[in-house]
Design a protein around this ligand. Structure first.
Ligand code: PGA
Ligand code: ZN
Length: 424
């Protein structure tokens, strides 16, 4: 039987930060080999599925400061492998098996880094058996919807040693008519940012975790004004053709009810922080804001949604952690109108897809997202497209762990029947 799993091997590889991560390799009876490696976040939400790290002191782990993933790899090789060998790959069955082995809500025993790798490689193998790409496996017929990119220009927070309080200032090239045009616009804006920043005396050849520039602007407002200037510098119209998206990642600077701004040295109550954000939104061409408040500060999210000064996308990342229960709460209480979908926050492909579908059914926009620690794998681009997510967030246009995803979208656009998604 050519479609049978003949081997499954987990191994430890490195991510874009040079930290260990999980890779898995599945061999089928037809001799085909399918590989997946999984990403890892830095500004992780506390409700995310558990990423298993060894945190130990053995000789092998010593060099990775406890961040090795040998236990997660052993879980694949010793616990999961015997269950899957000689079976026909099936995504539902694999995910059910993983839930059966580890009944904890957040994959604490096997590790979400192990479960996601196995779950994804199964999907890849099934697609292969059906002679489909991963994107086409999820959407076999009709025009594929290439997602609108949300691209990082400036980085702060946990990704750039706190250069700025907020984590990302990104751009959305919503006026572009094709993905390749959209990407060419953001490449130009990113280059303009490096050039203009250097002319203003900033260091712009050192880049942050996601390939953005870690310029230490004094305020978020200054950073937004700078990105607007860069959009104009390449001859594009801010607000009409390209707009700004922010990832505040506010959990990172939340402290017992207050928001503590490192760059200004000021501490804001939730109400004062709300006012700061409203001023920012009103002063710049911002159309999307992610994690404006901390992951459990639900009340502030709800008030914010009620009092928005203009219709914008309010995205829950740490708030929802790609978790169906948390999404339900957000839908019921109108805490946000958009969700970031990170497969490794969830740990299983079928459940991640379910979360995305539920969000869309309830009028939420969906943004499939990479992590700050990534690999050269490009499955995220296929999922975002095949699932019709509408938007994708991968970081900057620098770093091959980022371009692997952009390049896969370029390939899909060039080789398949596609439409380019509008963001909302
Ligand atoms: P992370 O950041 O991968 O470090 O969590 C990405 C994000 O916050 O969107
Ligand atoms: Zn985020």
């Amino acid at each position: 039987m050519t479609a049978i799993i003949t081997d499954l091997i987990g191994l430890q590889v490195l991510d874009s930060r040079g930290r260990p991560t999980v890779c898995v390799r599945m061999t089928l009876g037809d001799g085909s080999i399918h590989k997946v490696s999984v990403p890892s976040g830095a500004s992780t939400g506390q409700h995310e599925a558990v990423e298993l790290r060894d945190n130990g002191t053995s000789h092998a782990e010593r060099f990775f400061e406890g961040k090795s993933v040998y236990q997660a790899v052993a879980n694949i090789n010793e616990i999961i492998r015997p269950e899957l060998i000689n079976t026909v790959p099936n995504t539902q069955r694999t995910d059910a098996l993983l839930i059966g082995i580890d009944t904890t809500d957040r994959h604490e025993i096997l590790g979400a880094n192990a479960t996601l790798a196995v779950s994804l490689v199964t999907a890849k193998a099934v697609a292969h058996i059906q002679e489909l790409s991963l994107a086409r496996f999820y959407q076999p017929t009709g025009a594929l919807r290439i997602p609108m990119p949300m691209v990082n220009i400036l980085s702060g927070g946990a990704h750039a040693n706190g250069a700025l309080d907020i984590q990302d200032v990104l751009v959305i090239p919503h006026g572009a008519t094709t993905f390749s045009q959209a990407l060419s616009w953001v490449v130009a804006i990113r280059d303009a940012a490096a050039r203009i920043g250097a002319a203003q005396g900033y260091v712009t050849n050192l880049i942050a975790d996601e390939g953005g520039l870690g310029i230490p602007f004094e305020s978020s407002s200054q950073a937004c004004a700078f990105v607007t200037e860069c959009i104009e510098a390449v001859g594009l119209a801010p607000g009409q053709e390209v707009s700004i998206a922010l990832d505040i990642a506010a959990t990172q600077f939340y402290d017992r009810g207050n928001y503590v701004s490192r760059s200004s040295g000021k501490t804001f109550t939730a109400q004062q922080w709300h006012e700061q954000l409203i001023t920012l939104l009103s002063s710049h061409p911002i159309i999307s804001i992610e994690d404006p408040f901390a992951e459990d500060d639900w009340n502030s999210w709800e008030t914010f949604m009620r009092l928005l000064p203009k219709p914008i996308q309010v995205v829950g990342d740490d708030l929802f952690t790609t978790n169906l229960g948390r999404l339900w709460r957000g839908i019921e209480n109108k805490s946000a109108n958009s969700i970031l979908i990170k497969p490794n926050q969830n740990g299983l492909v079928t459940q991640t897809h379910d979360v995305l579908n539920h969000a869309q059914e309830h009028g939420f926009t969906t943004i499939v997202s990479a992590r700050s620690g990534e690999t050269e794998d490009s499955w995220l681009a296929d999922l975002a497209t095949g699932w019709g997510a509408g938007q994708i967030k991968v970081g900057s246009t620098h770093g091959s762990e980022r371009t692997a995803k952009w390049n896969r979208l370029l390939e899909l656009e060039a080789t398949e029947e596609t439409v380019f998604s509008k963001p909302f």
